[in-house]
Design a protein around this ligand. Sequence first.
Ligand SMILES: NC(=O)c1ccc[n+]([C@@H]2O[C@H](COP(=O)([O-])OP(=O)(O)OC[C@H]3O[C@@H](n4cnc5c(N)ncnc54)[C@H](O)[C@@H]3O)[C@@H](O)[C@H]2O)c1
Length: 262
Amino acid sequence: MKRLNGKIALITGSSSGIGAASALRFAEEGAIVVGYDMNEPKAGDWVAATGLQPESFFIQGDVTDSAAVAAAVQQVKARFGRLDILLNSAGIAGAGSVHLVGPEDFDRTIAVNLKGTYLPCHHALPLMMEQRSGVILNLASIEGLEAQEFTASYNASKGAVVLLSKNMAIDYGRWGIRVNAICPGYIETPLTAQMEDPVLRAKVAGDSQLGRFGTPREVANVALFLASDEASYVSGAAMTVDGGTTAGKRLGIAEMFGLAPA
Ligand SMILES: NC(=O)c1ccc[n+]([C@@H]2O[C@H](COP(=O)([O-])OP(=O)(O)OC[C@H]3O[C@@H](n4cnc5c(N)ncnc54)[C@H](O)[C@@H]3O)[C@@H](O)[C@H]2O)c1
């Protein structure tokens, strides 16, 4: 028996990176996936997902457009009569310290990452409440748990996504709805490909206890677990998928005492 047999999943940011990998992982486990993204991909994980589950379909739209998001949820309801899983993965990076980030850039990061998470939840929750069941997964970040230099607007947006998720876990648990945030560390996707400097990339990889970036599929595997009934008592969590990056400091003491592997 597949882990998401017959489940209906709406995935924002489904065309690339973590959203696309999650669509494929969900489809492999029997879910019908509905993608929602500004761009429709011609290849890659999303296309592979639709190949596995032919009832899947794609809706082109912006997560900051309330009417378009509402119409997408209505389309899912009209086609399938229900929505079991909402995965919010659409997101953008936002670089700069506060005095450098202009108001328009700040608004855009908050609009896509925070409002673009709130809107699909806002429109999907009435359907899930009607069903008295549902799972919502929001892609936050380790940068929603710990601040990082030079990413003011991104930090602010992801910190808010963590608390929005916890708020919804409280408000909708009584309807049988589970809500969790997923907090990835650095994952190999087009989002982090913008970070081109090899010295910085090596430092970021070294900050993980596993010495590398993660893959989209490693995050998708966690999303799959949280979406499945195996996580039936998991709600209100902010689950890190970061190879131990936020576990704490490594000061080189093991190396000093010759305890590290050669
Ligand atoms: N990659 C990482 O290292 C990492 C780490 C922590 C958190 N995250 C978060 O995970 C999520 C997915 O990131 P990713 O690395 O897969 O990024 P990605 O750039 O590969 O994919 C993001 C997708 O979102 C879509 N998108 C962007 N703005 C949109 C909008 N306004 N409306 C609709 N779709 C829109 C893009 O078209 C793209 O397909 C994001 O929320 C990101 O902040 C990523």
